[in-house]
Design a protein around this ligand. Structure first.
Ligand code: SAH
Ligand code: SF4
Ligand code: F3S
Length: 441
């Protein structure tokens, strides 16, 4: 039996939370914790939470309720809440669930080891500051840093948001927009590659607004991508999530000229109605978005476009919804996420009257049916094409590998190549949620 303390982390929300959970595990790893994949035998449970919609936030409380039993069995068990619910609700969490020992916001988790000392003394610990220092520079690092990694990794380059879309909590939970300096990102990227990473997805709530300090002034995201293009051993670059207003010319151009930059772009539009876009404070129109997509496709004709949609935003009527459906028809999305509007306390839209819930649900179903139809058609159109596939794991069948295509489709291939191999593959069949490919070389 090892005397190491066991840490169980559960992650909700966006990719940035996945990245943050890894960093928190490292920070607590330096403090003697090893990760476990079940809460049952854990000494510490950490929930990394999401506040984006009401359901996401409420789930945290119901999950915490389920951990009560574990705490009754093991009074030494520590329970922590991190992430965006922690930031938004702070002390309220401990009021609603007194067995919570620790609440830490997304900008202060580098202070976790000190907070754990407090908790070990039987005190409660709460930190939801927006500190001046860069948390990434202050994170305690594990010694076994050079441990092998999966072939794909996230790398946060920008955090926070200054856009203040009327429905969105992110500017409040993640704070103001901040870009990490170029050199630190490149250092982290090289380190990931040394540990076996072949594909890096650059993360930011507004990643294309990136403007980090470089050796010769501020760098754009495109410039950062070109620097990453030079990192030997790194084969693929992706980035997410972008705002239409920050799609600069150099970034569009990079999609046409940078071989390592993959032909996939997540570019949320939210609505196809100018009236609603204005009320959402999105500061782009349906037309400007469509022209943008046109220019991106001119630069990279095979690019797969992905999007986010909100239906039932206050004052959305049937015509506004039809405008959204028409925009979707014009764009032809290869991938999309869609949500019914959820009123969030503290956001400007929370003051406004909701649309009828049954109407919103009906619109969501119609919109999702159209998006699913488009996704299937885009996926089927891959049959006969040659793409790169980066093998991520073994498949269910003997000799089968599973990986992602350049366009981020899951592909099954018969191959004895190892995890981490990037192979040319011909797509031979489209199934419900994946493609089947055959090796070309
Ligand atoms: N930074 C990204 C999105 C962050 S949130 C961007 O600017 O696009 C991810 C998605 O959740 C959003 O694109 C939006 O579609 C959805 N979303 C955000 N707030 C929401 C709310 N209050 N109700 C329903 N969906 C919401
Ligand atoms: Fe939220 Fe809008 Fe910022 Fe995206 S751009 S994180 S939707 S406020
Ligand atoms: Fe959710 Fe926070 Fe990400 S609210 S979507 S975890 S930035």
């Amino acid at each position: 039996m090892s005397d190491k303390k066991k840490l169980y982390i559960r992650t909700y929300g966006c990719q940035m939370n996945v990245y943050d959970s890894e960093r928190m595990a490292e920070a607590l790893g330096a403090d003697g914790y090893v990760e476990t994949d079940t809460p049952d035998d854990a000494d510490m449970i950490l929930m990394n939470t999401c506040h984006i919609r009401e359901k996401a936030a409420e789930k945290v409380y119901s999950e915490l309720g389920r951990f009560k039993g574990l705490k009754a069995e093991n009074p030494d068990l520590k329970i922590g809440v991190a992430g965006c619910v922690a930031q938004a609700e702070g002390e309220e969490i401990m009021r609603r669930q007194p067995m919570v020992d620790l609440v830490v916001g997304p900008q202060t988790y580098h202070r976790l080891p000190e907070m754990m000392e407090q908790v070990a003394k039987g005190e409660k610990a709460l930190d939801t500051d927006f500190p001046e220092e860069d948390k990434f520079e202050h994170l305690p690092k594990l010694r076994r840093q050079k441990a092998k990694r999966n072939p794909t990794a996230f790398l946060t380059v920008q955090e926070g948001c200054d856009k203040f879309c009327a429905f969105c909590v992110v500017p409040y939970t993640r704070g103001a927009e901040v870009s990490r300096p170029v050199e630190r990102i490149l250092r982290e990227a090289r380190d990931l590659v040394e540990r076996g990473v072949r594909e890096i997805t650059l993360l930011g709530q507004n990643v294309n607004a990136y403007h980090g300090a470089g050796p010769d002034g501020d760098w754009s995201l495109a410039k950062l991508i070109w620097a990453l293009d030079e990192v030997d051993g790194l084969e693929r670059i992706r980035f997410t999530t972008s705002h239409p207003n920050d799609m600069t010319d150099d970034l569009i151009e990079a999609h046409g000229t940078c071989k390592k930059l993959m032909p996939y772009l997540h570019l949320p539009v939210q609505s196809g109605s100018d009236k609603i876009l204005k009320r959402m404070n999105r500061s782009h129109t349906a037309e400007s978005y469509l022209r943008l997509i046109e220019r991106i496709r001119e630069a990279r004709p095979d690019i797969l476009i992905s999007g986010d949609f909100i239906v039932g935003f206050p004052e959305e009527d049937d015509q506004d919804f039809e405008d959204t459906m028409n925009l979707i028809r014009e764009v032809n999305y290869g991938q999309a996420y869609s949500f019914k509007y959820s009123s969030r306390p503290g956001t400007p839209a929370a003051e406004r009257a909701l649309v009828d819930d049954a109407a919103a649900t009906d619109r969501l179903h119609r919109l999702q049916a159209l998006l699913t139809e488009q996704q299937r058609a885009v996926q089927s159109a891959m049959v006969g094409q040659e793409v790169g596939v980066l093998f991520e794991k073994k498949g269910r069948f003997e000799g089968q590998m599973v990986g992602k295509s350049d366009h981020l489709h899951a592909v099954h291939v018969q191959s004895d190549a190892p995890v981490g191999a990037l192979r040319r593959v011909k797509i031979v069949e489209s199934r419900t949620n994946s493609l089947k490919g055959e090796l070309l070389d």
